[in-house]
Design a protein around this ligand. Structure first.
Ligand code: SF4
Length: 314
């Protein structure tokens, strides 16, 4: 990770911009494309289907949205069919499926009517125009523009804030998040990029992060991964002790896979940047971690002339 403080425009001093941005982008997209949660709305570029998924997921867990979304589109597969539906039926569907505020169903119905009457059955492609639709705010407009038309800005939601705050030290400020998120996004790739960064926040950079288990592609650049401080705007205190301890256990194993053996002071700085032998996260802390790993049969800990030496358990 390279800090370019003082270079470029004034805003760069606020966050740690990696100097190899193309590699950062490529790593995330590759990670996403290799494996990601499968949601049916990710398999379509139909703006109507995407709008319905966005409106439904504002209030409801994504897993639960899948059935409701599928049924909704079976019943009203196009804006024309939805516009022609009785509003009471649409609202009834909404409450039967516990999808949150019924107003959202009314707005969706009205938006379908707008598409049919004002836009001649064709969705507009620009975020600003999409915002003209009933009940569609800036976030939803941008999501539809991204996922249907690959024509959006970077999405900034709590997941994206958490990831960029941890990885690149972006300060907790909406304007800065927006600017940085757009700078990170490769030009004209809003569809894959927004899906990928939201997936990162959804399965890897969760409140208690799963950096190693989820194979986070940004570990080599991530400030939080290096410091062990996983606080974030929506995680004001360090995630559970066990959560961050698990990260460091994983890291010890990975480092020891590369070296036959390391003394405790050789291992320490490879595990966390703030390691100092006598510091808070120094020898005593690392010895405790190694003892746990040894008790679990994963690591061998030897005393060589008063120095702790660690290696992987053979
Ligand atoms: S390394 Fe961990 S903290 Fe950093 S971005 Fe990845 S999941 Fe988040």
């Amino acid at each position: 990770m390279t800090d370019v403080e003082g270079e470029g425009d004034e805003g760069d001093t606020e966050w740690t911009r990696p100097d190899d941005l193309p590699a950062v982008r490529e790593a995330l997209v590759e990670w996403y494309e290799a494996d990601h949660r499968s949601f049916p709305w990710r398999e379509t570029d139909d703006p109507y289907a995407i709008l319905v998924s966005e409106v439904m997921s504002q209030q409801t867990q994504l897993d639960r949205v899948v059935d409701a979304w599928t049924e909704f589109l079976d019943r009203w597969p196009t804006t024309a069919t939805l516009a022609a539906a009785d509003r009471a039926d649409v609202v009834g569907f909404w409450s039967d499926h516990s999808l949150g505020y019924n107003n959202r169903a009314k707005y969706l119905h009205e938006a379908a009517e707008q598409i049919e009457t004002t836009y001649d059955g064709q969705f507009p492609r620009e975020p600003a125009e999409l915002q003209e639709l009933m009940g569609v705010g800036p976030y939803t407009a941008n999501a539809v523009a991204s996922f249907a038309f690959n024509n959006g800005d970077a999405v900034v939601d709590t997941n994206v804030k958490r990831v960029t705050y941890r990885a690149f030290g972006v300060p907790d400020d909406d304007e800065t998040f927006k600017r940085v998120a757009n700078e990170l996004m490769p030009a004209s790739e809003s569809r894959v990029w927004n899906n990928a960064i939201m997936e990162l926040g959804g399965v890897a950079c969760t409140q208690t992060p799963r950096c190693d288990e989820a194979g986070c592609p940004w570990r080599e650049w991530c400030g939080a991964y290096q410091s062990g401080d996983f606080t974030a705007p929506d995680v004001p205190t360090q995630p559970s002790f066990e959560g961050s301890r698990r990260q460091f256990r994983g890291r010890v194993i990975r480092v020891l896979r590369t070296y036959d053996e390391l003394t405790i002071d050789e291992l320490g700085p490879r595990i966390r940047v703030d390691y100092t032998p006598d510091g808070e996260h120094g020898r005593d802390w690392l010895q405790g971690l190694l003892d746990d790993l040894a008790a679990d049969g994963l690591v061998q800990v030897d005393d060589q002339d008063g120095t702790t030496v660690a290696s992987l358990q053979q």
